[in-house]
Ligand binder design. Structure first.
Ligand code: BGC
Length: 774
């Protein structure tokens, strides 16, 4: 199977079969500690006592509670736990609920093996931080790590020991709703964020036995973000160099940081679904990368291999185990089939043992055999959950995540005087600001934009409100959103009447703030969109408001890049706030009134139109790049659209302005073991203090394979007082220039390189250097 798959891949790539050897990059070692002999001895002794059924039980994860994302709900929960047929539980939290099940496992099963408690803690547990795409836009690794630490402390206090995060799928297609859950389109930034998240969850020493650490689960392995046409769960098909260079680095980075577990993805990869893909789960993950933790499937993804066309339950069960899967999420395929698979010889005892051992090792590392309850009590939970310092951290990260896309005539920050018209279907929504996957976040404790603005404005500003339009008028979509907790209340009046009401309100005001965008359920899982404009009549509302001639500030909420050409041309200010979490309203008010000067930068390109997708900054040049000469026909371009995005990767404005000097190099020839310093002076030339994210990109001008026109290789977030200037130093070594070549060797190839520095990927200053051969 392994040889077959690799051979098929090589053939598909047009690689000669002799390249088979070379196509296995050298094994690297994961930073996690080698096996602890005490642990090995303990688990061996325990496994000696285990029956086959009990071993298979450890490979079974059930869902108890809510939040199910698939058709299957676990049955016979108590009986299965008591007979040792359950290794882990998903969706159960609170000290009382978790303890009840843990006691069942520890006191009532034959061998007293504790359970893992997993949950989708993605951007906070009770205190909800901005969605991951928003947090990434902060380019602030310490803030991102802090968010994961707060989430870990809350989740651990609430009975959880395992979180299904970080989600590190590179995504270049904003039609895919799950772009909201990751760090965006760039492997370099994505890798740094992946590491920061793992450190936050597991702690700096990866000592999972500390009662406030939780085990991370890197997902979705792999390439889930490359689903064709941006449609969720769809197929991926990708060359190996693209995988290794562009999509795999963040998974590897999270594992190098010590993440204890991996979740397989739903998608098919070059013909074999990830969950049954031995090349992926064993050759790459275990042999090349040296991963020693355990792999859980995504929700019922073994069962789904039947729909993929890989066989019935019995066949997919064997396929998954043989591929290297250790635990079956909710599908109970292992539970129903492995014993029979063993009898029939389609799986081996060693494989069941190995999977069981890996799950038990995770439990051991979490200290569950010593204290299955990890000191969880209602009292500790009460003292921990939603502490003031956590709320402050959420507000801080939320402010940092917002991206100012437009600010004509310094419309923002708003002055605290006069009359403000606050309109739009998201202006008073507490539900939506939490975003998708808001774990145990309680919308009633979330701050809406209206609440935030009223509190910030006090009596100094008169605030008038009108909704303007419903968020969408697609009845089916509303029904679906509401069936999954959307709680949209719909105004039955025609849109025209609602818009007229909002226009009347706007006419009485000095400035209009329109809060528009997506409902929280319009991004995330199973939320792909083919049209990326504002849903429903929201654009019509903005157009009517514009007609009043009042300054129009558009506050956007979305889980993805949207197409915003009208908004870009017509809004006086445009602020992307994503779904900013529990403290959203306060954070948005802080930015609108200038208590915080925005510093976020996009980590996913905003296209002008859906037809440009996939659109990403680190693309290839092609043989016929379009250089803007209109009459040239045979160029890589569209007849009816430009190639450029509306807002490029790395883009974001501030209330102040920054000017970059030309980058200076310490040498123009970099030796194979040397280092190069790139110095650039950044000056705050505007009239506010502010933070800037200085970004460094390279281009490998000549390579043995075509190379991207730009690749991010460094960034620094700096605070500069108005008028202040600072020289920043970036360091590049030949290691930073390495990439996987056609034979998947990780090499830096001598020759010319461009180095570009600027405040976004488009507005850069460039210079060149040479990487010497000797
Ligand atoms: C999602 C995962 C999630 C799992 C458990 C799946 O549908 O794809 O991201 O961790 O459900 O809730």
């Amino acid at each position: 199977m392994k040889r077959f798959f690799r051979t098929a891949l090589l053939l598909a790539l047009g690689l000669p079969l002799q390249a088979q050897q070379a196509a296995s990059p050298p094994r690297t070692t994961i930073a996690s500690a080698a096996d602890d002999p005490k642990m090995t001895g303990f688990i061996s002794a325990l496994m000696q006592k285990m029956t086959l059924e009990e071993k298979i039980g450890q490979l079974n994860l059930i869902t108890v509670g809510f939040d199910v994302t698939g058709p299957v709900i676990s049955k016979d929960v108590d009986a299965n736990i008591r007979r040792g047929a359950v290794g882990a539980v998903l969706n159960t939290f609170t000290p009382t609920a978790a303890r009840k099940l843990q006691e069942m496992a520890v006191k009532e099963t034959r061998l007293h093996i504790p359970l893992l408690f997993g949950y989708d803690v993605i951007h906070g547990h009770r205190t909800i931080f901005p969605i991951a795409l928003g947090m990434a836009a902060s380019w602030d690794l310490a803030a991102v790590e802090r968010s994961a630490r707060v989430a870990a402390e809350e989740a651990a206090a609430d009975g959880i020991n395992w979180v299904y995060s970080p989600m590190v799928d590179i995504a270049r297609d904003p039609r895919w709703g799950r772009i909201s859950e990751g760090a965006g389109e760039d492997p370099f930034l994505g890798s740094q964020i992946a590491r920061a998240m793992v450190r936050g969850y597991q702690g700096p020493t990866n000592d999972l036995s500390r009662s406030n650490a939780v085990m991370a689960c890197v997902k979705h392995f792999a390439l889930y973000g490359a689903a064709e046409a941006g449609r969720d769960y769809n197929t991926t098909d990708m060359s190996l160099p693209r995988m290794y260079n562009e999509y795999l680095p963040p998974y590897k980075a999270a594992l190098d940081a010590g993440a204890g577990s991996v979740m397989s993805s739903f998608n098919d990869i070059n013909g074999v679904p990830a969950t049954g893909n031995k090349w992926l789960m064993t050759d790459l993950l275990r042999q090349q990368w040296g991963f020693r933790g355990f792999v859980v499937t995504d929700y019922t993804s073994i069962n789904e291999m039947t729909n993929h066309g890989l066989g019935n339950d019995a066949q997919t069960s064997a396929l998954a185990l043989n591929a290297g899967i250790d635990q079956d999420m909710v599908g109970e395929v292992f539970l129903r089939n492995l014993a029979q698979n063993l009898k029939e010889g389609t799986v081996k005892q060693e494989q069941i043992d190995q999977a069981c051992r890996r799950v038990l090792e995770a439990k051991y590392k979490l200290g569950l055999f010593q204290d299955p309850y990890r000191g969880v009590t209602e009292k500790r939970a009460k003292a921990t959950l939603m502490k003031k310092e956590y709320l402050d951290a959420a507000r801080d990260v939320a402010r940092k995540s917002m991206v100012l896309l437009k600010n004509r005539n310094s419309t923002l920050p708003l002055r605290k005087t006069g009359t403000l018209a606050l309109v739009g279907p998201l202006a008073n929504r507490q539900h939506d600001v939490l975003g998708s996957w808001s774990a145990a976040g309680d919308w009633k404790q979330a701050v809406s934009v209206e609440q935030g603005i009223r509190q910030a404005a006090g009596s100094a500003v008169k605030v008038l409100t009108a909704r303007g339009v419903n968020l969408t008028d697609d009845a089916q979509l509303i029904a679906r959103l509401n069936a999954h907790g959307g709680a949209l209340d719909i105004d039955p009046r025609p849109a025209a009447a609602q818009i007229e009401e909002a226009v009347q309100v706007a006419r009485q005001a000095d400035v209009v703030v329109a809060v528009v965008g997506e409902a929280q359920g319009m991004s995330g899982e199973a939320a792909s969109r083919a049209d990326l404009g504002l849903p429903g009549q929201q654009l019509a509302l903005l157009k009517a408001l514009k007609q009043t001639g009042k300054p129009l500030v558009v506050v956007l909420m979305s889980g993805r890049p949207l197409t915003l050409t009208w908004e870009d041309e017509n809004a006086d200010a445009l602020l992307e706030t994503w779904f900013a979490g529990t403290q959203a309203g306060h954070a948005i008010a802080d930015v609108l009134f200038g208590l915080y000067n925005p510093s976020g930068k996009l980590t996913a390109t905003f296209p002008r139109s859906v037809g440009q997708i996939p659109l990403y900054y680190n693309h290839k040049n092609t043989g016929r790049p379009y250089l803007g000469v209109q009459l040239e026909k045979y160029k890589s371009r569209y007849l009816d659209e430009v190639n450029d995005p509306l807002y490029p990767f790395g883009y974001g404005l501030s209330y102040t302005t920054f000017q970059y000097g030309k980058p200076q190099l310490s040498t123009t020839t970099l030796g194979p073991t040397g280092a190069l310093e790139v110095r650039v002076t950044v000056q705050n030339t505007g009239s506010y203090d502010g933070e800037e994210v200085a970004q460094l990109y390279i281009r490998d001008v000549v390579g043995s394979i075509s190379r991207p026109v730009q690749e991010l290789k460094g960034f620094q977030k700096v605070f500069l007082k108005k008028g202040e200037s600072r020289t920043l130093t970036f360091r590049l070594t030949p290691d930073d220039l390495k990439f996987y070549n056609q034979d998947l060797q990780f090499v830096a190839e001598p020759g010319e390189f461009q180095v570009m520095v600027g405040g976004n990927s488009r507005d850069v200053q460039m210079t060149t250097f040479t990487l010497a051969a000797q």
